[in-house]
Write a protein that binds this ligand. Structure first.
Ligand code: 4AD
Ligand code: MG
Length: 455
């Protein structure tokens, strides 16, 4: 018999004479003459209750079955006389597939702290909360691709190993095949020059948007920033669309549409899993998501933002002045207290932004934008790109960049340049938004942070 995923058993339309389920035991209760076994196979939040009458053989198997063991149960799917579930399985046989040592099994029936569960990240998807998290994560990734496919964007696989620095923030991990401690120069290394893990696929995807039209890349990115915050990790996934014959306002439109689409998709497709987070993790999750969906996002210039932040009575840890980068406390104030909804801040000072952003006429600001959302702060960072060759060269000179190394990037402005814009959305930050989870480590299968490379 073919196994039925528990999700389908729980949603059955009618009883089934024969059913086979396989999964991990959440609880087992022995009674006189029969046992209850609650089984979960990860396909959904719910467990299927199975009731198994004792025979000498079955009793022998059940004696070995503890919490966490994997089993196969055959029987009939019948309407449950008990409360709390529509269907249950009348088991006629049980097979122990993999036993679980009860002395050391780390998951108890009680609620565990997130900190503890992080220390057993290999086991935490067996819990309700993290099972729900990683089902949502999977659905969200699929939704990203669907969003772009429906809009005729092409999906580009940009390189992970790179020789160029997109963001210019000096946060790159080096890649080498030389032995540790080797004194050999980069010319002797694998690529014959210094190589790093990418911080962004943008520069590559730009080349494709200037050839195929609207494109996106969605892949892992790496940053060696030594910030131990609840919103930063060394390895994260970024979604980077690039739209052509488009400007900054088109870019902000796309980001807003995408956030609303993804929130709607998750509410529609992961209702039970999201409900868990709304109930146990963040009571304000649903109201927050409603705010995201309801109104259009606020849009203010950086200069207006600084104005608001200097005029408010609120005290910040970081003093506010024109030219500074906004800190999370400022970002959260703007969307949580001032506007009470997502906010775009655009036209940032050029001095705090990378070389590729389009210079504004004031020659002081660039056509950059950040999208800020409640509880998280920056979820999207993007810009219109500098498409004018002379201006771009000028800017690279100002910043002391090696133009030789970016010869191919400059070529795109030499041959059929066109206005284009794009952004990067932190996939994990998007997950934090739809689940209300406050620490980025808890939306990733195996998070990588300073001094932490277990699993
Ligand atoms: O603002 P960032 O640095 O933008 C870029 O990398 C551009 N090249 C994107 C583009 O225009 N194509 O990063 C984009 C987003 C941030 O808004 C944030 O959501 C996320 O990536 N992000 C991080 N997420 C987790 N951990 C980190 N260390 C992150 N750094 C950035
Ligand atoms: Mg940014």
């Amino acid at each position: 018999m073919k196994r039925t995923k528990i999700k389908y058993a729980l949603n059955a339309q009618s009883p089934m004479d024969e059913i086979l389920v396989k999964g991990w035991v959440r609880t087992k209760r022995d009674n006189k003459g029969f046992s209850f076994v609650e089984l979960n196979d990860g396909s959904c939040l719910g467990n299927i209750q199975t009731v198994i009458d004792h025979t000498p053989e079955i009793e022998q198997v059940l004696a070995e079955v503890g919490t966490g063991a994997s089993v196969a149960i055959e029987g009939a799917l019948v309407e449950s006389p008990g409360k709390g579930q529509k269907w249950e399985i009348r088991g006629t046989s049980i097979e122990l597939i993999g036993e679980a040592d009860q002395e050391t099994f780390p998951l108890q029936k009680k609620r565990h702290s997130d900190e503890f569960l992080r220390s057993i990240a290999h086991m935490r998807p067996r819990t309700n909360k993290y099972g729900a998290m990683f089902r949502i994560r999977s659905e969200l990734a699929q939704a990203v691709h669907k969003f772009f496919a429906d809009k005729d964007f092409f999906y580009i696989h940009t390189p992970i190993i790179t020789g160029s620095d997109c963001e210019g923030a000096g946060e790159m991990f080096r890649v080498t095949s030389l032995e540790a401690g080797s004194q050999l120069p980069p010319e002797e290394d694998f690529f014959g020059k210094p190589s790093q893990l990418t911080v962004s696929g943008q520069l590559s995807v730009e080349m494709f948007s200037l050839s195929l039209g609207d494109c996106y890349t969605f892949g892992p990115t790496f940053r060696a920033e030594n910030s131990n915050t609840a919103r930063h990790v060394a390895e994260f996934w970024m979604i980077e669309p690039e739209i052509v014959f488009a400007d900054l306002s088109d870019d902000m439109d796309l980001g807003e549409e995408m956030i609303k689409y993804l929130v709607t998709h998750i509410l529609d497709h992961c209702a039970a899993d999201v409900e868990l987070f709304a109930k146990w993790v963040d009571k304000s999750l649903m109201p927050t998501l409603e705010t995201v969906l309801k109104d259009s996002f606020a849009r203010i210039t950086y200069t207006e933002a600084i104005d608001i932040l200097t005029k408010t009575k609120k005290k910040f840890d970081f003093p506010v002045e024109w030219g500074m980068d906004l800190q999370t406390e400022h970002e959260r104030f703007l969307c949580e207290e001032k506007f009470k909804k997502p906010v775009y801040v655009y036209d940032y000072p050029k001095v705090i932004k990378p070389f590729y952003m389009r210079m504004n006429d004031d020659n002081k600001t660039v056509a950059a934008m950040d999208c800020l959302v409640p509880r998280i702060g920056e979820i999207i960072g993007g810009s219109q790109r500098e498409e004018r060759l002379a201006v771009l060269i000028n800017r690279m000179d100002e910043l002391g960049l090696d133009k030789e190394a970016y010869w191919w990037y400059l070529d795109s402005r030499r041959y059929g340049t066109a206005p284009h814009a794009g952004f990067g959305m932190g996939f994990e930050r998007m997950l934090m938004l739809v689940t209300g989870v406050a620490n980025i480590r808890d939306v990733m299968p195996f998070p990588r942070t300073p001094n932490s490379l277990e699993f």
